[in-house]
Ligand binder design. Structure first.
Ligand SMILES: NC(=O)C1=CN([C@@H]2O[C@H](COP(=O)(O)OP(=O)(O)OC[C@H]3O[C@@H](n4cnc5c(N)ncnc54)[C@H](OP(=O)(O)O)[C@@H]3O)[C@@H](O)[C@H]2O)C=CC1
Ligand SMILES: O=C(O)CCC(=O)C(=O)O
Ligand SMILES: [Mg+2]
Length: 407
């Protein structure tokens, strides 16, 4: 489009979004091309429906992952990161990471290099979607996963290497700690600054979106100075930056007889293993959950199971400079190129992107059409195998059914 322009960001964090913004996309590996084609079709249709041709996205492909390697010899060409940062908003399909060898995660690298510190993964029930829960309608949570540090910092040394031996020697001589011979070693950094900015964004989200609590999820009884510190710094930032709008669970009982003062939300903390059972048994007690990287990775897939599985779980990686929207799931390699899987997660990530851009009418149109298409019970294999009387359709057919709901 001749008049395509870049989205820009103001000092106060607000955006200037032109009517024809350039939005970079990464198609992704494995099932990426199938779900990206479906997603693009749905987003374009929603924008057309909401704004009657006045607005249109100008998509710009970034070759990253296997496609990047084929085209440029690099899995993550520098130009791709620069393009995301320049255009402020981007969307991506999943990228493959080999297990126990080979390149480090490109997904994690994108988050770290662009400082996309909040991985935001909403978990909300959609009517008719199959759920193992008795009352799935009680589920309305958003995971805020710290995205830049913890065990995902990539500081680790392989068993038997000179580097691992050197670290083991240092641990023994300087710190008095004996590690089992030939240990592989990883480091888990959790810092006050990165914890506080993540928890602050979780609290701001809770306040802006009517949630009644923010839960700090941690394993601080065992990992006292990393996960335990995460909870401590989380409470600190609540007090420092949102003291007039928050109350800690402890103070709620000490000073307010268990009744939440008007206009305030509750900040509480839960130990990670226990929280996994509470979100199953009493999901309505949890709204926004802020947590370090690894806990958040585990929790977001587990919660997805409660509301239709990974095929329906959207997400976003948000920083101060830019944001990249992506599904919670991976490349599901066994289904690559089969036009089979559910594009719902990436489509709903696209709806989050439209909301983020301020194109709320288009975001709402996407969500309404997804809901209506599922109610019609012509759905992809993952939902069809759980919904009685449903007819299985391909990935592309499901996308077409969603678009048809917008006509
Ligand atoms: N952000 C990213 O880019 C991510 C990348 N990955 C990478 O993806 C690769 C594969 O990881 P893996 O652990 O197998 O996890 P995946 O999420 O790719 O797939 C696991 C299973 O989840 C189900 N599933 C996933 N996506 C969909 C979908 N769209 N529709 C329906 N069902 C779906 C399938 O279940 P079933 O078998 O029951 O049909 C699938 O076999 C790895 O290289 C990993 O590192 C993983 C997570 C995130
Ligand atoms: O980067 C990967 O391969 C996996 C990432 C992941 O599981 C996630 O972001 O939830
Ligand atoms: Mg994951």
């Amino acid at each position: 489009m001749a008049n395509a322009k870049k989205i820009t960001k103001n000092a106060d964090g607000s955006h200037n979004v032109p009517d024809s913004p350039v939005i970079p996309f990464i198609e992704g590996d494995g099932i990426g091309p199938d779900i990206w084609r479906a997603t693009r079709m749905v987003i374009d249709a929603a924008v057309e429906k909401a704004y009657a041709g006045r607005r249109r996205i100008e998509w710009q492909e970034l070759p990253v992952g296997e496609k990047g390697y084929e085209k440029t010899g690099s899995y993550l060409p520098e130009g791709a990161l620069a393009a995301i940062e320049e255009n402020v908003v981007a969307i991506k399909g999943p990228l493959t990471t080999p297990i126990g060898k080979g390149i480090r995660s490109l997904n994690v690298a994108i988050r770290q290099k662009l400082d996309l510190y909040a991985c935001v993964r909403p978990v909300r029930y959609i009517e008719t979607v199959p759920s193992p829960m008795k009352h799935p309608e009680k589920i309305d949570m958003v995971v805020f996963r710290e995205n830049t540090e913890d065990l995902y910092a990539g500081i680790e040394w392989e068993s038997g290497t000179p580097e691992a031996d050197q670290v083991a020697d240092f641990m023994k001589t300087a710190m008095g700690v004996d590690l089992p011979p030939e240990s592989g070693i990883g480091i888990k950094p959790i810092s006050p600054a990165n914890t506080k900015r993540l928890v602050a964004s979780a609290i701001a989200h809770a306040l802006e979106n009517g949630f009644s609590s923010v839960t700090l999820m941690h394993k601080g009884n065992i990992m006292k100075y990393t996960e335990g510190a995460f909870a401590k710094w989380g409470y600190q930032v609540a007090e420092e930056r949102f003291g007039d709008r928050t109350v800690s669970e402890a103070r709620l009982w000490e000073d307010f007889d268990g009744k939440v003062p008007a206009g305030k939300i509750v900040i509480k903390d839960r130990i990670a293993d226990m929280l996994f059972q509470q979100v199953l048994l009493r999901p309505d007690e949890y709204g926004v959950i802020a947590t370090p990287n690894l806990n958040g990775d585990y929790l977001s897939d587990a919660l997805a199971a409660q509301v239709g599985g990974l095929g329906m779980a959207p997400g976003a990686n948000i920083g101060d400079r830019c944001a990249v929207f992506e599904a919670t799931h991976g490349t599901a390699p066994k289904y690559a190129g089969m036009d089979k899987v559910n594009p719902g997660s990436l489509i709903l990530s696209g709806a989050m992107m439209l909301d983020y851009m301020g194109w709320k009418e288009a975001g709402t149109a996407v969500r309404a059409a997804v809901q209506a298409a599922i109610k019609a019970r012509r759905v992809t294999y993952d939902l069809a195998r759980q919904i009685e009387g449903a007819q299985e359709v391909k990935c592309s057919e499901f996308a077409a059914a969603i678009v048809a709901q917008m006509q």
